[in-house]
Write a protein of this length. Structure first.
Lengths: 76, 247
């Protein structure tokens, strides 16, 4: 699993790709993001609502998804 | 006698706007108000995800079956076209595909195209060639019109019968984490679904007890709408989002 600090660095350049099965990291990221907005219920794939998997700003890729938020994450 | 149509739309939304599934449901309601008849639940069909495809966030098409004693193909196309123009996001590239009671030959051609659209990049000209060859209505309603590819592919995936999940969820009194327990027969009678299946596709018997919690959602399986369940410690539970994602 990619460490959150490494993800933050990648997010700052909008090139982060989260692995498809990395639920725990996605939940942690969504919790700390501050910009989470839920996508249509039909497009949510994580049973925990607050997760990048359920965010309208994630865009699916062949190997996972990317974050389309143009601002860097709010880091606690 | 009822006339039967399959209607599919794609690429109508943008981040934060009304989803394609919601527009499909509204279209079904408008058709029912205008001409009566019966509309199926809307099904969502996942298409190929690739950098060369300009999808918003997940690249899925939305399809439903409409049966009416009154509506003609031209009526449906006119109403759907008007709605797509009015409801689609400004940045969207909406497409509409409609076929009336498809023949075996039309079905096979559509299914082949739909399955192709799940694993490779297809073009608008390929979509229009198929529509012309099989006499299927296909039209674009804004932007680049790229949505015609997913729209006609969605028809094929609906016809394939075991692709996609049903839009929306069923409220059977369950909540999370507290489960309610119902028999398969009760679930079918309450929801209007056709069957209950496990993840291997096996049909669960009418008297089997199913533990329902969280969001209860259905999938398309063998031309039916089915509740998907997983076996956990000898009990059947409705499948969660992470399992449903594969459909």
């Amino acid at each position: 699993m990619m460490q959150i600090s490494a993800v933050y660095r990648k997010y700052a350049t909008n090139t982060c790709v989260i692995d498809e099965e990395d639920y725990s990291l996605s939940r942690q990221l969504a919790l700390e993001c501050g910009l989470f907005a839920q996508d249509d219920e039909d497009e949510q794939t994580d049973p925990t609502l607050l997760s990048c998997f359920n965010c309208r700003y994630r865009r699916w890729l062949t190997i996972g998804f990317e974050c389309k938020v143009s601002r860097p994450l709010t880091v606690r | 006698m009822n006339l039967e149509y399959l209607i599919c739309i794609d690429d109508t939304d943008d981040i934060g706007t009304k989803g394609t599934g919601e527009i499909a449901e509204e279209l079904a309601q408008m058709l029912l108000q205008q001409w009566g008849g019966h509309a199926s639940l809307v099904s969502r069909h996942q298409l190929f995800v690739h950098p060369d495809i300009p999808y918003t966030s997940h690249n899925s098409a939305m399809c439903f079956r409409y049966q009416s004693p009154l509506a003609q193909l031209a009526d449906i196309v006119a109403l759907a076209s008007e709605m797509l123009v009015a409801e689609s996001a400004p940045a969207a590239d909406p497409g509409l595909a409609v076929v009336a009671a498809p023949s075996w030959q039309q079905q096979q051609a559509l299914i082949a195209f739909g399955l192709q659209a799940k694993r490779q990049v297809l073009t608008k000209s390929q979509a229009y060639d198929l529509a012309a060859a099989q006499q299927i209505h296909l039209s674009e309603h804004g932007g680049t019109g790229q949505g015609v590819i997913g729209a006609i592919a969605g028809l094929g995936l609906f016809l394939q019968g075991s692709d996609g999940r049903i839009k929306g969820q069923f409220n059977l009194g369950q909540s999370s984490p507290t489960a309610v327990v119902m028999t398969v027969a009760e679930i079918i009678a309450t929801t209007g679904l056709d069957k209950v299946i496990d993840t291997a596709g096996g049909e669960i018997g009418a008297n089997a007890r199913i533990h329902l919690s969280g969001k209860v959602k259905a999938v398309r399986y063998q031309h039916a709408n089915a509740l998907l369940v997983v076996a956990v410690d000898g009990e059947f539970h409705n499948a969660g989002k992470s399992v449903l994602k594969g459909y």
